[in-house]
Design a protein around this ligand. Structure first.
Ligand code: 8YV
Length: 322
């Protein structure tokens, strides 16, 4: 019998991560990568000292309340923690950690891909080639917009936003941002601070959303704020679907009130996203793959393991969020 602490791993993780985890812990793995119901999760948690979940497993207050007393930690394989009720975890003295930093490069790549895909009509073009509907060429054919030299507005200049800003400077974009408080120039670089979201939107050709999902950011990009954007502006979201009011964005895109959108995250993902997006040509859509690279998936797993090791050594984990 091993006396290693038991970690419930809710999804199939990279082999290198599962192997490393097994060096320090007994593991309950999910080799078939089944998406557990809350009941299944709680049943499995009965045999675990910690849970290593993804954002696909939800921990609202009522689920946290039902966690067995032996569960000491929720060590997320994600930077976003909107799937966990942090206050409920604090009250139950369940430690919660996340995996910041290690996914910033991968997510920034996807943000740039979305900007380019939306600006250059990549979805339309790709569909045309695949469906054998590409019959002609003319100077007016598939004309999009350049992002080079445009004004990039970053909503939430945190870890990911700062990498996006650096990459965007390679496209000679000028960077503008809104955070609740201005950043030190070491972090902000030469990005221009805007004290309000509204001010940022008015100064933006391409808006990239990087603020976390929270009650304060729920539906932040609504019809009033979309109306403040330029008619040819591009909106990109790699954060969480909840920051955007889908009805408002779909209407703005349909009406041509903004130019295009590139979205990697959605309300109701994966299978209940707003149906309007599927009908629009001026959107470039990806299935929440911001951090889906071999390098980043390994790094996220190793980071979660470091947090677990610290917790079970009685130390403060590096990435504690509750
Ligand atoms: C992850 C993410 O793939 O880390 C996050 O917050 O949104 C994604 O990039 C996912 O959450 C893994 O659980």
């Amino acid at each position: 019998m091993s006396n290693k602490p038991v970690v419930l791993v809710t999804r199939k993780l990279p082999a290198a991560v599962e192997q490393k985890l097994a060096e320090s812990f007994a593991t309950i793995l999910n080799p078939d990568d089944k998406l557990y119901s809350t009941e299944e999760l709680l049943e499995l948690a009965a045999g675990a000292d910690a849970i290593l979940p993804c954002h696909t497993e939800k921990f609202p207050a009522e689920t946290i309340a039902q966690l067995p007393a032996r569960v000491k930690a929720i060590a997320n394989f994600s930077v976003g923690v909107d799937h966990v009720d942090l206050e409920a975890a604090r009250q139950k003295q369940v430690i919660v950690t996340n995996t910041p930093d290690v996914l910033s490069d991968a997510t920034a790549e996807i943000a740039i891909l979305l900007m380019l895909g939306a600006a250059r009509r990549a979805s339309e073009g790709e569909r045309l080639v695949r469906s054998q509907q590409w019959k002609d060429w003319s100077p007016a054919f598939m004309v999009g917009r350049q992002i080079t030299g445009k004004r990039l507005g970053i909503l939430g200049l945190g870890r990911v936003g700062q990498v996006v800003a650096r990459r965007a400077r390679g496209f000679e974009m000028t960077v503008h941002y809104h955070n609740r408080t201005p950043l030190h120039p070491d972090q902000a670089g030469n990005a221009v601070y805007h004290a309000s979201v509204e001010e940022l939107l008015a100064a933006t050709d391409v808006l990239s959303i990087h603020c976390p999902a929270s009650p304060a950011t729920q539906g932040l990009i609504n019809s009033e704020r979309l109306a403040m954007m330029h008619r040819d502006a591009i909106l990109v979201n790699t954060s969480r679907g909840g920051v955007v009011d889908d009805d408002a964005l779909v209407s703005a895109l349909q009406a041509g009130d903004i130019g295009a959108a590139g979205l990697d995250v959605f309300n109701g993902e994966p299978d209940s996203i707003h149906p309007g997006y599927r009908q629009l040509d001026n959107v470039f859509l990806l299935p929440h793959i911001g951090s889906a690279t071999v390098e980043t998936r390994d790094a996220m797993g190793f980071r979660a393991i470091d947090n677990l090791i610290a917790i079970f050594n009685g130390e403060e984990p590096g990435d504690r969020v509750a």
